[in-house]
Ligand binder design. Structure first.
Ligand code: GNR
Ligand code: NI
Length: 181
């Protein structure tokens, strides 16, 4: 018998403005081979982009699934998978990070979020975990949780800033239609 290999694919990341990014993602019913296939594609797409996190809805799959890798350059990869993730509690203390989003290409802005949170999720094998997070992990997790509710980091900014960014993103999309890659 030959060995089995994962067949991973890089998929297209949806960029704003797009109604599909505003959907609320649905809970996963079971962590099976099909879901692991989606998670593998998400990871591959995230590494290719590159980014440190990705929600399934960014690939047009409105399911409550997140992948993440916070390893720094030169470190071994640390792929992480979160199925049906929940935030159980958050700290009062806030932390500010300059955020970016693969669905909002080329824009970076400071966003304040709870500095720490306690989370619950199923992993790649469907096992339940509870964990405390802080730092970039806490920020990225909350950024991804927002995606599951149809929220982007630009929704945390002023209306003026957001509308300026969306205008530029719309313009960039129209340019792209004229001269596809
Ligand atoms: O790659 C990403 N970097 C990032 C930086 C600061 C805060 C959040 C993030 S997540 C982002 C990838 C992405 O869009 N995930 O949804
Ligand atoms: Ni994002």
């Amino acid at each position: 018998m030959g060995a089995y290999f994962k067949r991973m694919a890089i998929r297209e990341i949806i960029t704003a403005p797009d109604a599909r990014l505003k959907q609320r993602s649905l809970p996963v019913e079971r962590v099976d081979g099909a879901l692991r296939g989606l998670m593998d594609d998400m990871l591959e797409t995230m590494y290719d982009a590159p980014g440190i996190g990705l929600a399934a809805v960014q690939l047009g799959e409105p399911l409550r699934v997140i992948v993440m890798d916070l390893a720094r350059e030169g470190e071994d990869p640390q792929p992480r998978f979160f199925v049906n993730p929940e935030i159980l509690s958050v700290s009062e203390e806030l932390a500010v990070y300059e955020e970016g989003c693969l669905s909002v290409p080329e824009f970076y802005e400071d966003v304040a979020r709870p500095a720490e949170c306690r989370i619950r999720y199923l992993d790649y094998n469907g096992e339940l975990h509870e964990e405390d997070c802080e730092g970039l992990f806490a920020t990225c997790f909350q950024h991804e949780m927002d995606h599951l509710e149809g929220v982007l980091f630009i929704d945390h900014l002023s209306k003026l800033k957001r509308s300026m960014m969306l205008k530029k993103l719309t313009k960039a999309k129209k340019q792209q239609e004229k001269e596809p890659a």
